[in-house]
Design a protein around this ligand. Sequence first.
Ligand SMILES: C[S@@+](CC[C@H](N)C(=O)[O-])C[C@H]1O[C@@H](n2cnc3c(N)ncnc32)[C@H](O)[C@@H]1O
Length: 455
Amino acid sequence: MPTSLLAALPGILTAAREEAEQAKAAAAPLTDAEGTILHGDNLQALAGLLAGGAAGTVGLIYIDPPFDSRAEYAATVTVPLSDGRAVDITRPAYKDSWGHGGIGKLSAADASTAAYLAMLAPRLILMRELLAESGSIMVHLDWHVGHYVRVLLDQIFGRDCFINELVWRYGKMSRTTRRFPQNHDTIYFYARDPHRYYFQPVKGAESEYKKRYARRLRGDKLYWGDVKESTDRLIAGRARKRVKELGRELVDEDVLFDFTSEFKVQDDVFYDISIIKGNAAERLGYDTQKPEKLLARLIEAACPPGGLVADFFGGSGTTAAVAQRTGRRFITGDVGAAAVSVMRARLGVPIRALVDAAEAQVIDAQVRVLDGRLALVDFTYRDVSAVAAALGLDEENARKLAEIHEAEPLALAATWTVSTADGTEIYSGPVAPVEGPGAQVEVSDVFGHRATIYL
Ligand SMILES: C[S@@+](CC[C@H](N)C(=O)[O-])C[C@H]1O[C@@H](n2cnc3c(N)ncnc32)[C@H](O)[C@@H]1O
């Protein structure tokens, strides 16, 4: 029985290697996963992909797993009502707690981290196998356990495969007075092969120096005439360098810094990307959603256009959405129903359930032809309190759901899709023109439940 977290690490790694092998041996092959949302435990997804022949195919894996924060995270959907009001309903999305008390001589905190590392390690082992020779992985964490996971990554990928420790400074407000306010996450970047990995430097970065001299700039340039009285040591140093280059004393119109061509390569500290704010257009109500700008920077640097990006802790689907937008292919997934329903609405791609669980039909809906157009005329839950319980709603949110269901149930229908008998999608939205017989209507609600109606 280990007496410290450090002493537990070798055992965690050995058990992880065994678990990864067992998962592969037990896995049903998973093929055609690209461009879909894998709903289920990612250990099964990873083992299935490897069994299906995907080893060595992924260009970039980005993961933003739970952080061992011991917090609970939620997803909020906004239901628009016909009178112009909008009601937020919040459901639990996932729990980030791993231990249930101390083990042996490990404290409760250490036991939680040990359980967390035991969850992550076999998954990292399988992820490495999926990477192409030119592939790499980025693991997004923070101060909670980043230092322990980095040790695992050193062991699993090799210390020589370490490329960068990126710091994302997200600019969150804090009132903390007992410590420096925590204001950054860390992203560990490892290559499958440090001599062959793909990397494209990111140009166009904002320079700290440019900010420093912002008030003296003319366009993107800093002229000697505008700063010659300055006592700034950087200016003095640059002036000496320019004198040497030009072989004469400087005149007012000599350029000291030209920020259009200098300091343009992004370094390992990102301070220009803010956390998703309450009013941001990209905000989807998923608590730990990351900004698209962050993912765009990582993907554009580490995966070539047309390459394959994978995110096995997909959450609201940020990685896949950015891959779609920037011309990369993707594989994504999540174990949580809330995440999967947010992702489906965001990405508009099919869900693949990894465990065959017949989805209980909770919705009754009716479509009718009104004025020559097809309209959704009725939408009810068979048992609204059972829906609330299955979603894990607390009392207040269950009450809000029941009230909307009573007063305006159609507001809970998010989308509906009409397809012909051969599966061709012909319409999505609130009303549609009637198309030939044999059409099928799929109705889904704001939580991602679905029901099929045959016309
Ligand atoms: C920090 S969130 C990811 C947020 C995401 N980057 C975004 O931008 O929305 C972590 C996600 O990992 C998922 N998760 C945790 N354990 C998992 C597992 N074993 N398999 C698949 N997903 C898992 C959680 O449900 C949660 O959605």
